[in-house]
Design a protein around this ligand. Structure first.
Ligand SMILES: C[S@@+](CC[C@H](N)C(=O)[O-])C[C@H]1O[C@@H](n2cnc3c(N)ncnc32)[C@H](O)[C@@H]1O
Length: 219
């Protein structure tokens, strides 16, 4: 049975992520070429280093950033995801909570919050803590590249997202009560959350009906 989203806690969410870590990471690495396409447009806009991939999961985005020759680090909180990254030989992963980052103020030129990391975090306060901490470690002229599910995506694109989610759950054998738990944003809702999290400049990277918003946010 599906759980009421309002009753899901950070502990529930992190347990679920641990359970699906291996299958999720496999699917993400299989999709690496399409991720690379979207990332390339962002990397072309931000030429300075260092970079941070926040909520790095099994490390696919971090690996792409490093393969692009950039100086990049990844932060991930769930043990099983760190293990997946280690198994795949991804370098630069740090285990930490993104709400309490082990970096000084204004350290990074670009922070990626990629692959639907923000939306599924339960509780607006928890999402805002993560955004405010990203804003703290971002340079004043830096950018946060954030992706989030688009509420107005066309049905075909929505299906693509659902199919991805079903595939990794089938493979992991963990049909969690959290399986359908996702947050779909209008562009306005996403910007409002980012503003509350300390961001005020925006550049839109993806079209109105794409299944993910891709937004660059600056302080
Ligand atoms: C949907 S996955 C995306 C992984 C990766 N960015 C990608 O594109 O494949 C989101 C990841 O963010 C991590 N995460 C969520 N909240 C976090 C926090 N406060 N600190 C560090 N990692 C966090 C989760 O554990 C999960 O591995």
């Amino acid at each position: 049975m599906k759980k009421d989203p309002r009753s899901i806690t950070l502990v529930d969410q992190r347990r679920f992520i641990g359970e699906i870590a291996e299958a999720y990471t496999g699917e993400r690495f299989a999709a690496a070429s399409s991720i690379q396409e979207d990332l390339a447009a962002i990397l072309a806009k931000v030429s300075d280093d260092p970079l941070l991939e926040l909520g790095a999961g099994g490390g696919v985005v971090l690996e792409l950033l490093r393969k692009a020759g950039r100086s990049a680090w990844g932060v991930e909180v769930v043990d099983e995801m760190i293990l997946q990254a280690r198994r795949r030989g991804v370098k630069g992963m740090i285990q930490a909570d993104g709400c309490d980052l082990p970096f000084p103020d204004a350290r990074f030129a670009l922070i990626t919050l990629w692959g639907n990391t923000l939306g599924p975090i339960p509780g607006r306060d928890n999402r805002l803590r993560l955004l405010r901490e990203s804003s703290r470690v971002l340079r004043p002229d830096g950018w946060l590249a954030v992706t989030a599910l688009n509420r107005f995506a066309g049905p075909r694109r929505m299906l693509k997202q659902q199919e991805f989610s079903f595939r990794f759950q089938l493979q992991s054998g963990r049909w969690s009560s959290l399986s359908g738990y996702n947050r779909y944003y209008t562009r306005g809702q996403l910007k409002r959350e980012l503003r509350e999290g300390g961001f005020s400049r925006f550049r839109i990277q993806s079209g109105f009906t794409d299944y993910m918003h891709i937004l660059l946010a600056g302080k």
